[in-house]
Design a protein around this ligand. Structure first.
Ligand code: ADE
Length: 290
C-alpha cells in the first residue's frame, strides 16, 4: 500500500481522473489517491501501461480503472468523460498530467512538431477540463490540478513545451475565475527535476548525468515522484479549499538560483517517498543504499 502523508480516507467516495496515469508522476498520484480511498480513472494512450497500474492499485486494495484515450481528440475526450460519468455518477477531481515533448531548438522545430506538443500539453488539458466542467463539475463542484513545468524565464531546448505550459498557467488563472461560481477550484503544480520512472527507460550512464542535475538545485537533489504527488493531492483536498488560481512550484528552489551566487552544499533535505522499494522508480531504488 502506498504510504501517503495525508489522512486515511481523505478521498473516500471521490472519483478522480488522472491523465498520463500509466507512468511517472501520474502513476504515483494515482497510487496515492487510491490509498486515500479515491476511485481513480486512469487515462492515457497506452492501454497496457494503464492496465498495469490499475492492477498494481488493485493489488494494494485500491480502486482504479483504465480508460485509454488520446486527449488531443475532442470527440474522444467528450465520450471518455461521458463514459466515466455514467460509470461512477460524477467526477470530483481532475489531474491534468498527460504531457510530452521532444528536445529541440526552436529553429529546428517544424510546425507539425510544435502543434503536436501544444495539442498534448495545452489543448488536451483544456478539453479534459472543459468536459469535466460541462458534464459534471458545473452541477457538483470539483477541483482541477494542471501540471506545468519549471519553464520560468524560458525553456531552452524545449521551447514548444515551455510555451504550451505557460499557456496552461494562464488557462488555470482564467478557469479559476470563471469556474469559481460553480464551486470548482483550478490550480497548477510546476515540478522541477524529478527522478521519475520515465528515467528508467534511459541507459544507466544517461540516467546518472540527469541525476547530476540535482546538484544545480538549492535543495541539492531531484524531487521524488511522491513529493510532486503530495502537492497535487494537497491542492485537490479540503486542505486547499480556499486556494484557486495558484501555481505551486515544487522545484527545490531551482528558479531562485542567481548568477554570481554559488550554490553552497552543506546538506540536502531528506527525500520523501510513499512507495515501497519494489514500486519505486528504478532510478531511486538503485540509489537507496547510499
Ligand atoms: N500522454 C501523453 N500524450 C497523451 C495523449 N495525447 N493522450 C493521452 N495521454 C497522453
Amino acid at each position: 500500500m502506498y504510504r501517503s502523508i495525508f489522512r486515511p480516507g481523505l478521498f473516500a467516495e471521490k472519483v478522480v481522473i488522472v491523465t498520463g496515469g500509466g507512468s511517472g508522476i501520474g502513476r504515483c498520484t494515482a497510487h496515492e489517491l487510491a490509498a486515500l480511498g479515491a476511485t481513480v480513472a486512469l487515462v492515457g494512450r497506452t492501454p497496457e501501461k494503464l492496465a498495469a497500474v490499475a492492477a498494481e492499485i488493485a493489488d494494494s486494495g485500491g480502486l482504479a480503472q483504465a480508460y485509454p484515450c488520446n486527449i488531443r481528440e475532442e470527440e474522444a475526450v467528450q465520450s471518455l468523460i461521458a463514459q466515466i460519468v455514467s460509470a461512477h455518477g460524477r467526477i470530483d477531481a481532475l489531474v491534468n498530467n498527460a504531457g510530452g515533448q521532444f528536445p529541440a531548438l526552436l529553429k529546428d522545430i517544424s510546425r507539425k512538431g510544435w502543434e503536436a506538443v501544444v495539442q498534448t500539453n495545452l489543448t488536451g488539458g483544456f478539453l479534459m477540463a472543459r468536459e469535466c466542467l460541462n458534464q459534471s463539475m458545473q452541477k457538483r463542484g470539483g477541483a482541477i490540478v494542471n501540471m506545468v513545468a519549471d519553464m520560468w524565464g524560458g525553456m531552452p531546448g524545449m521551447g514548444h513545451s515551455g510555451a504550451a505550459r505557460a499557456g496552461m498557467i494562464n488557462f488555470t488563472e482564467t478557469a479559476a475565475f470563471e469556474w469559481a461560481r460553480y464551486g470548482v477550484r483550478v490550480n497548477a503544480v510546476a515540478p522541477g527535476y524529478v527522478a521519475s520512472s520515465g528515467l528508467d527507460a534511459y541507459p544507466p550512464q544517461m540516467r546518472e548525468i540527469i541525476l547530476q542535475a540535482g546538484k544545480q538545485v538549492p535543495l541539492q537533489r531531484m524531487a521524488t515522484e511522491s513529493e510532486i504527488s503530495a502537492a497535487i493531492v494537497f491542492l485537490l483536498s479540503e486542505a486547499a479549499s480556499f486556494v484557486t488560481g495558484a501555481v505551486l512550484r515544487v522545484d527545490g528552489g531551482r528558479p531562485n538560483v542567481r548568477l554570481g551566487f554559488p550554490l553552497e552544499s552543506e546538506r540536502s533535505t531528506p527525500a520523501f517517498s510513499g512507495f515501497h522499494l519494489a514500486r519505486q522508480p528504478k532510478v531511486l531504488a538503485e540509489r537507496e543504499p547510499e
